[in-house]
Design a protein around this ligand. Structure first.
Ligand SMILES: Nc1ncnc2c1ncn2[C@@H]1O[C@H](COP(=O)(O)OP(=O)(O)OP(=O)(O)O)[C@@H](O)[C@H]1O
Length: 225
C-alpha cells in the first residue's frame, strides 16, 4: 500500500528531515511509526498524502508514484486515504453529523447516501446517540471518535493517524486502538504515528522507528506470543 525507496526530504532552508528512508506497508497491514520529537514522522505522513514531495527517492502509494501525479490527480490519491489528527480538527460549532458528513459533501454524494454513511460511521465508533451534539459538548475520547468516523466515512483503503491518542488517558487510548484494529480487520491498511511506547508494547504490530530522519528499525515490538 505504501512503499518508500531511498526517500530523502530536505526542506527549503536545507534541513534534512528524512534521510534515505526505505520501508513498505502491505495492503491490509497495520503498523506503528515512532521516534523522538523531530525525527520526521509527520514529514513521512505528509509525503504519503502528497502534501510534501520527496527531494530524492520514490514514494509509492497504492501502486502510484506520487512524483508523477499531476496536481489535478492529487485529490484522487487523497480520496483513498483517511487522516486522523491528535487535535482532530473538528468544527466545534457544527453538529457531529455535519462534521462526519463533510468529506462526503465535498465528494458530491447524494443527501440520502450521506445520511446512510454518516449513520453507519457513527455506529462503528459507538456514537450514534450523539449525532446531534456539537463536539464541544463531548468528552476528549468522544471527540477523537468523531474524527475517526469522519476519516472512515469515505471508506478509504488507507488510514493514517498522527498521534491519535496524544491527549487521551491510557484506557481511552486502548479503546481508540481497538477501533483501528476493527477497520484493519475489515481490510483497511493502517499506519499510526505515536510517541506512546507503552501503547505500542501492548499491541503486536510492526513498528517503524525513525531517528534524526533515518529509519533505524522495522521490528515487532509487541509482547511475544
Ligand atoms: N516546512 C518545514 N520547513 C522546514 N523544516 C521543517 C518543516 N517541517 C518540518 N521541519 C523540520 O523537520 C524535522 C522533522 O519534523 P517532523 O514534524 O516531521 O517531526 P516529527 O517526528 O513528526 O516530530 P513530532 O513528534 O514533534 O511531531 C523537524 O526538525 C522540523 O523542524
Amino acid at each position: 500500500m505504501i512503499r518508500f525507496e531511498q526517500v530523502s526530504k530536505v526542506y527549503p532552508g536545507g534541513f534534512r528531515a528524512l534521510n534515505q528512508v526505505n520501508f513498505s506497508i502491505g495492503r491490509g497491514e497495520m503498523a506503528f511509526l515512532t521516534g523522538p520529537s523531530g525525527a520526521g514522522k509527520s514529514t513521512l505522513l505528509k509525503l504519503v498524502t502528497a502534501i510534501e514531495t520527496p527531494s530524492t527517492g520514490k514514494v509509492m502509494v497504492d501502486g502510484q508514484d506520487i512524483a508523477t501525479l499531476s496536481r489535478s490527480k492529487v485529490p484522487y490519491l487523497r480520496r483513498k486515504i483517511g487522516i486522523i489528527f491528535q487535535d482532530h480538527n473538528l468544527l466545534m460549532d457544527k453538529s457531529v453529523r455535519d462534521n462526519v458528513a463533510l468529506p462526503l459533501l465535498i465528494e458530491g454524494f447524494s443527501s440520502k447516501e450521506i445520511e446512510k454513511r454518516v449513520e453507519a460511521a457513527l455506529d462503528l465508533v459507538g456514537l450514534s446517540d450523539k449525532i446531534k451534539f456539537q463536539p464541544q459538548h463531548l468528552s476528549g475520547g468522544e471527540q477523537q471518535r468523531v474524527g475517526i468516523a469522519r476519516a472512515i466515512v469515505t471508506k478509504p483503503k488507507l488510514l493514517l493517524a498522527d498521534e491519535p491518542t496524544g491527549n487521551l488517558d491510557p484506557s481511552l487510548s486502548v479503546e481508540i486502538m481497538r477501533l483501528f484494529e476493527t477497520f484493519n480487520r475489515a481490510g483497511t491498511s493502517v499506519l499510526i504515528a505515536t510517541h506512546d511506547l507503552g501503547l505500542i508494547a501492548r499491541m503486536r504490530y510492526r513498528t517503524l522507528t525513525l531517528k534524526d530522519g533515518s529509519m533505524i528499525s522495522e521490528a515487532y515490538q509487541g509482547p511475544a506470543s
